[in-house]
Design a protein around this ligand. Structure first.
Ligand code: V47
Ligand code: SF4
Length: 380
């Protein structure tokens, strides 16, 4: 069956498939050909081959808590449904958490979480020393809790305001407890597209420089792409090519997360969302192209649980976490699930139904529970 799909493909597609089966890197041109011509069945076989080599049949997840300190933002990204401009401060749908509220949220949360993920709008008062102090307080009562915080966009603003360079800024945050940074804010690196969808925030070069500096200091990170709006296949491949090049140098990216553009309640609502088939093809090509990034994540609060489950056949090996608070980024952008939450039992079932092996991980992919080896008491 597998061979027949590959064998009956045109010669130029078969030669790309051969490279992949031989463990060779595909070129940007190959990547564009796959986007233009690769059928889902063909791409699924190749992506699954790559994921089996890297991660076997494991599908990873973690127990995490998302905190979004504010949705007030100095920037005005056209695709963003979540942020509110400063003039909307005080409106019913804008919020600002105090440091006490953030600390209380963590203290009151289920103690078996291993990670807190802190991202939000870029508040005009966003202060490096304030957050450094907050991290210190978090670590004082949960020293083992991994703090994954601030996209490159937030970091660029915060360090610029504090008048420190990226290295110094990260050194300060790290000393106070920052462990890693998430992958947001990358959007699309192409300058022309970036200008149309998010012209006022950090540039692509700054995003890449910030991640490079973090990696040099031993701070791991993730990378994202925002796809399915006005970008071309060439733009997507160019985006991944720049990430692949940086990863060759630093090896600091843990995971790649394609983020599907959702069109509700934003300035790009006139753009139609792409199909699930296109999502699956995109996961597969990302897995094949980014041969040096160990993991590929389907972020289920954004894409939905069913598509995330399907994506496990298209190279995905990570489903983020058992989010049982509410991240609002996607519910406000039109995701089906308005209160995204899944407990461990539901996540484990979803993975098993897809014929894969669930594994709870920490942020750095050390396995905490391998579900092929034991049946632990399931906790919520
Ligand atoms: O940078 C905003 C995206 C990102 C929309 O590192 C949208 O583990 C689709 O990066 N449609 C922030 N996407 C979230 C993010 C993230 C999420 C989960 C895990 C990790 C990780 C990172 O959300 C933004 C932007 O690309 N976004 N609006 C929208 N309408
Ligand atoms: Fe602000 Fe981030 Fe929304 Fe852009 S995507 S407007 S930086 S919250």
């Amino acid at each position: 069956m597998e061979m027949s799909i590959i064998e009956k493909s045109p010669k130029h597609l078969r030669s790309i498939a051969e490279k992949i089966f031989e463990g060779k890197r595909i070129s940007s041109e190959d990547g564009i050909t796959l986007y233009k011509e690769g059928e889902p069945g063909f791409l699924g076989i190749l992506a699954n081959h790559v994921r089996e080599n890297k991660n076997g049949s494991y599908v990873y997840f973690n127990r995490n808590l998302h905190i979004e300190p504010t949705n007030l933002c100095v920037f005005d990204c056209k695709f963003c449904s979540y942020s509110r401009l400063l003039k909307q401060k005080g409106d019913a749908d804008s919020w600002e958490m105090t440091d006490e509220q953030i600390l209380e949220t963590i203290k009151n949360h289920n103690q078996n979480i291993t990670e807190v993920h802190i991202v939000g709008g870029v508040h005009p008062k966003m202060d490096l020393y304030y957050f450094a102090n907050l991290f210190k307080q978090i670590k004082s009562f949960r020293p083992d809790l991994h703090i994954k915080a601030f996209t490159a966009v937030e970091v660029e603003y915060m360090f610029r305001k504090a008048k420190v360079d990226y290295k110094k800024g990260f050194q300060i945050l790290k000393e106070h407890g920052l462990d890693s940074i998430p992958g947001g804010g990358a959007e699309i690196f192409d300058t022309k597209i970036r200008k149309q969808i998010c012209e006022d925030k950090c540039t692509s070069e700054q995003w890449l420089d910030i991640h490079e500096t973090a990696h040099e200091l031993g701070i791991h990170s993730n990378a994202t792409v925002l796809y399915g709006h006005i970008e071309s296949f060439e733009n997507r491949i160019n985006h991944m090519e720049r990430l692949r090049k940086l990863q060759d140098k630093t090896k600091g990216f843990n995971c790649f997360i394609p983020l599907k553009f959702r069109n509700a309640n934003n300035q790009m609502s006139h753009i139609k969302e792409i199909s699930v088939i296109e999502d699956l093809r995109n996961y597969a090509i990302s897995r094949i192209f980014l041969d040096n990034i160990p993991h590929l994540k389907a972020y289920w609060p954004m894409i939905g649980k069913s598509t995330a489950q399907l994506a496990l056949q298209f190279g995905v090996d990570d489903l983020d976490g058992t989010i049982n608070d509410s991240t609002k980024i996607y519910s406000m952008a039109g995701a089906e699930d308005q209160n995204p939450s899944m407990n461990t039992e539901q996540l484990v079932d979803l993975i098993k139904q897809a014929g894969k092996i669930p594994a709870e991980r920490d942020t750095l992919y050390n396995v905490i529970t391998d579900y092929s080896k034991e049946i632990p008491a399931v906790q919520g």
